[in-house]
Design a protein around this ligand. Structure first.
Ligand code: WT7
Length: 653
């Protein structure tokens, strides 16, 4: 798929073997790959024993009606019991589960015993509000302990939650409440963001005036910021009144392994959001195992921190269900990385002696832009393993992360997965893999993935194509909520019998997998396929570039022309010489065909709240079109800035 001339970046091969001490004591060693591949169901059946089952499953995978999988279908368990109670019963009640850091500087530690009490009280409160097994509950909260407590309380009573990211609009919230037919919403007056209270409750009030969302009967409101809220008597109730009044006794009931655990909506580029459905037993098995294996978690000594928001699948799988099922101690942080100063994250790592840190490439590039002198002021010596997720990490950012955060000693695990996969799928193992900057490398034990061409034939090493998953896996989505046909069409119709992830990928000469971004993000320039990721990667490898976003704009001669939007590093100045230099730099790295036709320097890039660049909007700019929907942007003023830039900043041959 990707042009031959573009493989330069991949050829420049550097490898970082695992640190010997880490390898010697690693949770997972290399022999596991073979054992798992020899009998995948047996491997996953063994991992399912990490959990406490009320009824041990005898069945493993039921794939008799593909692509509708069942895992451990005759087993029964309670997910919240697995994440909380069993640790307390094992004598670990005094272990800290959550070190909460509020943005304004307030802190709160919750031990597993305290978390159990809170979850039980919230479960009793939800039952009191009439929530029964199978009912959907919408959660619209900031990153505060009540978000974790709410999710676990829902899981405990078998009520699937639908977490809606707190940055989404009333409109987006209403659509999701309607689609899942949620009758109870858990929210807060607001959360702290960039030093200011940021309201949430008004968006709920507005959402509930929309036709489809009007069926909600109760809104449970956490007081976080203390800001004024409008109050609907009979519908709205305060958490501190209703939940705090409950008993901390609650008997967890066991549910079938295939009972729905949660729905999480992914935006998709067109059409209404897809409600991705995950169920209990298989999902918990995979997130528990992968968190243990990929972070090499030692729950007695490690302190883990994932900087994602609970509103994304990363927050579900690697803040709530994976780490808590493993009895981990973790940090959760409410705010932005630059409040009150650009070293806030590194300060938190030093304070809690964080040893395992999981973040996104977009955040790493933002920190690169702020400069390496900022993390250098803090004590990061506790770190042991670093993770990355969300998009391809360009080698430049990978190297920066390794050197400036990982002190050149911590392995980086670049974890590829999706909302749909539930858990990590392709990633190095920190005690096994010699890592390569920019590559997610190897399907995890028990996972089968490969790269195929247009006709679905597996490509040889050294070639590119489409990433597919060839065997069912325990954490896989079971369907799109209420729309089995869309589930089939979206994921299972492109390649017969295989799950198509929507990502382009390449296998290098060693067979390691490199992700090339969404296939919708591949440009066709004079008959050559060029991935936006590769051009972005080349631009960011220039010392003056902090971030880049590349799109293909319709061009009368070449079909598409490459247009690049770049953010310069700290002191670099925009000039015609610099744009010429950057264009040559890309040509040198990837070949002349990949040279951007235009380069625009900008101050910010349009991103969704999960950090994904909205190339669709940049294409609108590049093609002088009116802008499409900007409602899922973190900051919609970014687009105004970029547009004003347009007439003067182009540099053309
Ligand atoms: C898409 C899924 C997985 C949790 C957060 C995003 C991209 C994700 C990587 C990675 C390259 C990655 C893919 C994927 N992606 N991780 N390590 N390397 N690309 O979940 O919002 O469902 O997005 O994110 O394009 O398909 P999501």
């Amino acid at each position: 798929m990707s042009d031959e001339t573009l493989s330069n970046l991949l050829r420049e091969e550097r490898r970082f073997p695992p640190p010997p001490e880490l390898a010697a004591a690693a949770n997972v060693t290399s022999e596991v790959y073979q054992r798992a591949a020899a009998d995948r169901p047996a491997f996953w059946a063994q991992q399912a024993r990490r959990l406490s089952w009320a009824t041990e499953p005898k069945q493993t995978v039921d794939w008799s009606n593909p692509p509708f999988a069942k895992w451990f279908a005759d087993g029964e368990l309670n997910v919240a019991y697995n994440c909380v109670d069993r640790h307390v019963e094992a004598g670990l009640g005094d272990r800290v589960a959550l070190h909460f850091e509020g943005e304004p500087g307030d802190t709160r530690d919750l031990t597993y015993a305290q978390l159990k009490d809170e979850v039980c009280k919230a479960a009793n409160a939800l039952t009191g509000l009439g929530v029964e097994k199978g009912d959907r509950v919408a959660i619209y909260l900031p990153m505060i302990p009540e978000a974790v407590i709410s999710m676990l309380a829902c899981a405990r009573i078998g009520a699937p939650h639908s977490v809606v990211f707190g940055g989404f609009s009333a409109e987006a919230l209403a659509t999701r409440i309607d689609d899942a037919d949620a009758r109870v919403v858990i929210t807060a007056d607001g959360g702290w963001r960039r030093g200011k209270p940021s309201a949430l409750k008004p968006a709920v009030d507005e959402a509930l005036t929309r036709p489809g969302a009007g069926r909600v009967r109760s809104v449970l409101v956490v007081r976080r910021t203390g800001q004024d809220v409008a109050w609907h008597e009979g519908r709205d109730v305060w958490w501190h009144e209703v939940v705090e009044a409950q008993s901390a006794e609650h008997e967890p009931q066991a549910f079938g392994a295939e009972h729905p655990l949660f729905i999480l909506y992914t935006s998709g580029t067109t059409g209404k959001p897809k409600g991705i459905l995950h169920t209990c037993g298989g999902y918990l098995t995979q997130v528990s195992y992968t968190h243990h294996a990929v972070f090499d978690l030692k729950p007695e000594t490690d302190v883990y921190w994932c900087s994602a928001d609970i509103g994304w699948v990363t927050g579900h799988s690697y803040i709530v269900y994976g780490p808590l099922s493993n009895g981990a101690t973790q940090v959760i942080y409410e705010g932005t990385p630059d409040t009150p100063h650009q070293g806030r994250w590194w300060e938190i790592i030093g304070k809690h002696r964080v040893s395992l840190f999981y973040t996104a490439p977009t955040a790493i590039r933002t920190c690169m832009k702020w400069g390496e002198e900022i993390p250098a002021r803090f004590d990061l010596s506790s770190l042991r393993v670093l993770g990355s997720v969300g998009e391809p990490i360009n080698p430049e950012a990978w190297m920066w992360y390794r050197k400036n955060i990982g002190g050149d000693r911590c392995p980086i695990v670049d974890t590829w997965w999706q909302t749909e996969t539930g858990g990590m799928m392709i990633s190095p193992l920190p005690g096994v893999t010699a890592t390569k900057p920019g590559s997610a490398q190897t399907p995890l034990p028990g996972i089968a993935a490969t790269v195929v061409d247009d006709e679905g034939r597996e490509v040889p090493n050294g070639s590119g194509g489409y990433l597919v998953l060839t065997e069912p896996w325990p954490g896989m989505l079971r369907t799109i909520w209420g729309d089995d046909q869309r589930y089939l069409d979206t994921y299972w119709s492109r390649f017969q019998g295989r799950y198509f992830a929507g990502d382009g990928a390449k296998k290098d000469d060693d067979g390691d997998i490199w992700l090339l971004g969404r296939v919708d993000d591949v440009m066709l320039v004079s008959g050559h396929n060029i991935s936006t990721t590769e051009v972005e990667s080349a631009l960011v490898s220039h010392p003056k570039v902090a971030e880049a976003a590349v799109v293909g704009a319709t061009d009368p001669t070449t079909g598409q022309a490459i247009v690049a939007f770049v953010i310069l590093r700290g002191s670099a100045q925009d000039s015609d010489e610099l744009t010429a230099e950057l264009r040559d730099h890309v040509a040198k790295a990837l070949g002349p065909i990949a040279k951007p036709k235009r380069i625009l320097t900008v101050a910010e890039l349009p991103k969704t709240r999960s950090g994904k660049i909205m190339r669709r909007l940049l294409r609108d700019v590049a093609e002088n079109r009116e802008l499409g929907d900007v409602t899922t942007l973190t900051d919609s003023t970014v687009m105004d800035l970029i547009q004003t830039k347009l007439p003067t900043a182009s540099s053309e041959d």
